[in-house]
Ligand binder design. Structure first.
Ligand code: ZN
Length: 319
């Protein structure tokens, strides 16, 4: 059961959409720092910025000086082909300054917590480094809170459907704020977006989700320290390694899974694997290290050059 779902739920009553990126239920070797592969797209100058970026800066009030100082490398690039998770939620893209609102659910052993923080640091450095290959910059500001009283999340094989309300509630309890207020605050401080990172020292399938609701947009990553692993239909529980955070974070910034899902066929997955065996969104556990290749980089807002060779890799919900 390595396959995870990419599902969309539309709840008309609340005008909420949830697009779940998916999950990882197996451990793998810790992510090694990526090496620039010889066949990767060379570092290319990014074309002059789209009008939308200029307009957005223009619309900011004069009191928000820092906004106009955001370098072009901190602005996302968008091409004409729109993949389903691109440019959604408050973080929109893996560029600029992203605020990470960490919530530690329940009681934690401090050593274990440090280990998870270590995974996170490694994974954030990996993402930041690969961004530079596209002349983009991304940095992360950390906020941390514990939520001892919150119920533990349920361990079931389907992702929780109540995401938006659940995570709004978690954000409210941990930081006493709402998605809308937080988005405004982060924007005022010159941040490009924020992500809610929820850590549970329990069994579960880590996943990420983009929730766009009436009260604001949010992107959530849930990381469980122990994952259920299925072998011949039987479940065992295995500690989860760090690279899972990278994979899930890239979902948060717009990347799709490149293994078979509800919207990405097995033959598409084979095609992707042939092109990029070590791509992190393929998540092949046999790879010693991972890379963020051009197709995923496109979805992260790192470049706007759609390659014809990727035409067969559009998921069925591509707009
Ligand atoms: Zn995934």
């Amino acid at each position: 059961m390595n396959k995870c779902k990419y599902s969309k739920v539309f709840l008309a009553a609340f005008a909420v959409t949830l697009a779940q990126g998916c999950c990882d239920d197996e451990p793998a070797a810790p992510t090694a720092p990526a090496e620039q592969a010889a066949n990767e797209p060379a570092k290319e100058a990014v074309a002059s910025k789209a009008n939308t970026d200029k307009d957005r800066r223009k619309n900011r009030s004069s009191g928000e000086e820092s906004q106009s100082n955001i370098s072009q490398s901190a602005q996302p690039s968008w091409g004409s082909v729109r993949l389903p998770m691109m440019n959604s939620g408050s973080a929109r893209a893996a560029v600029g300054t992203i605020h990470l609102y960490k919530v530690w659910l329940g009681r934690w052993d401090s050593q274990k917590q440090q280990r998870i923080e270590g995974y996170l640091e490694t994974d954030l450095a990996f993402i930041a480094k690969d961004a530079t290959f596209y002349d983009k910059s991304v940095s992360f500001e950390h906020h941390s809170a514990t939520l001892g009283g919150f119920r533990t999340l349920t361990d079931n094989d389907t992702q929780p459907a109540e995401d938006y309300d659940t995570w709004t509630n978690v954000l409210g309890q941990a930081y006493n704020t709402s998605p809308k207020a937080l988005t405004a605050d982060v924007s005022k401080r010159g941040g490009n977006g924020w992500v809610l990172l929820v850590f549970g020292d329990q069994v579960g399938r880590s996943f990420s989700s983009t929730a766009n609701g009436e009260s604001g947009n949010m992107e959530v990553l849930i990381f469980y320290t122990r994952s259920p692993h299925y072998t011949n239909g039987l479940r065992s529980i295995i500690d989860t390694s760090g690279h899972v955070i990278t994979h899930e974070l890239l979902h948060v910034f717009g990347a799709i899974d490149l293994y078979p899902t509800d919207t990405f066929t097995a033959s598409q997955a084979n095609l992707a694997k042939g092109m990029w065996p070590d791509e992190i969104m393929i998540d092949d556990k046999t790879q010693p290290s991972f890379r963020i290749h051009g197709y995923t980089a496109y979805q992260l807002g790192w470049h706007d050059r759609w390659d014809k060779a990727w035409n067969g890799l559009k998921p069925s919900d591509t707009k």
